[in-house]
Design a binder for this molecule. Structure first.
Ligand SMILES: CN1CCC[C@H](Cn2ccc3ccc(-c4n[nH]c(N)c4C#N)cc32)C1
Length: 238
C-alpha cells in the first residue's frame, strides 16, 4: 500500500513514521508513506498556503490552488488514490472503515489546518473522516490515527500474526480482553488461574467471554449491531 499525505506541518509525522510497528513496516518496504508539504506546491515568493475567508469570520482557510497542484502532481502516474480529508464533522472513523481502507492499493490523506480547507478541495475527496466528536487544531493527528489503524492490518506489518488473529474480536468492534504478564502475583493482585493453566481452549473461551462481557457492559449497542448482522455465533449469544 502507498499513502500520500498532504500537510503544511510535515514535521509532525517524523516520529510517527520512524518508530514502532509503522516505522518497521516502512523501513522494510512493506508499505510506502510519503509526506508532502503543501507549501512546496505554491508558486509565489512567500509560499502562501492560506488566506482570509470570503464573507469574513475568524481565522484563515487553506487555499485550493496548492492542494490541487499537489494532487495533480502526485496522481500524474500510477493508480489513482482513494482520497480522505480529515474533518471534525466527517464520517466517524471505526474499525470497519480501517478494514475497508486497508484493502485500497493507494490512499491520499489531505490534512487541513487553521479553519480548514477551501470547500472546492472536497471535489478531490472520496471520504471526509473524523476520529471523534471533539475539535483538534488540525488534521495531522487524525491522519496518523487513521494510518496506524489501517497499516497494522496490512499482511506482514504486525510481526505476530497472533495479534492480528486476536483482532477477530476488535475487527467486529468487540472490546478487548484483559492482558496480564509476569509476575503471577503483584501487590496481592493475582493473574486469573485459567491464564496460568496452559489450556489453550479454556484460555480462548475465557478471553472471548471477557471480551463479550466487557462489550455488553460498556458498549451494548455493539452487541445489538452484531446480533442484527448475524455476526455473533450461537455460543457467543448464550
Ligand atoms: C475552530 N476550528 C473549527 C474547525 C476545525 C479547526 C481545526 N482543524 C482544521 C483542520 C482540521 C481537520 C480535522 C480536525 C479534527 N478535529 N477533531 C477531529 N476529530 C478532527 C478530525 N479528523 C480539526 C481541524 C478549528
Amino acid at each position: 500500500m502507498r499513502i500520500d499525505v498532504l500537510t503544511v506541518l510535515p514535521g509532525l509525522f517524523d516520529c510517527f513514521l520512524k518508530e514502532g510497528v509503522i516505522g518497521k513496516a516502512i523501513s522494510s518496504g512493506k508499505v510506502e508513506v510519503k509526506v508532502h508539504n503543501i507549501r512546496d506546491f505554491t508558486t509565489d515568493k512567500h509560499r502562501v498556503v492560506d488566506d482570509v475567508p470570503y464573507g469574513g469570520g475568524p481565522g484563515m482557510v487553506l487555499k485550493p490552488e496548492p492542494i490541487f497542484r499537489a494532487y495533480d502532481e502526485l496522481t500524474k502516474e500510477g493508480e489513482k488514490p482513494y482520497v480522505l480529508l480529515t474533518e471534525p464533522w466527517g464520517e466517524k472513523f471505526n474499525q470497519e472503515m480501517a478494514v475497508e481502507l486497508s484493502k485500497k492499493p493507494r490512499l491520499m490523506i489531505i490534512c487541513g489546518r487553521y479553519e480548514g480547507v477551501d470547500e472546492r478541495v472536497k471535489s478531490l475527496v472520496d471520504r471526509e473522516v473524523s476520529i471523534g466528536d471533539y475539535v483538534l487544531t488540525g488534521g495531522e493527528l487524525p491522519a496518523m490515527v487513521i494510518m496506524d489503524a489501517v497499516l497494522r492490518l496490512i499482511p506482514g506489518v504486525l510481526g505476530n500474526l497472533e495479534s492480528l488473529r486476536a483482532d477477530s474480536f476488535s475487527d467486529r468492534g468487540l472490546l478487548g480482553y484483559p492482558n496480564y504478564t509476569r509476575p503471577a502475583e503483584f501487590r496481592g493482585m493475582k493473574v486469573p488461574e485459567v491464564l496460568l493453566s496452559g489450556h489453550h481452549k479454556k484460555i480462548e473461551s475465557w478471553r472471548k467471554e471477557q471480551s463479550l462481557r466487557k462489550t455488553l457492559e460498556r458498549r451494548p449497542e455493539i452487541i445489538e449491531n452484531l446480533k442484527r448482522k448475524g455476526l455473533l455465533t450461537k455460543e457467543e449469544l448464550e
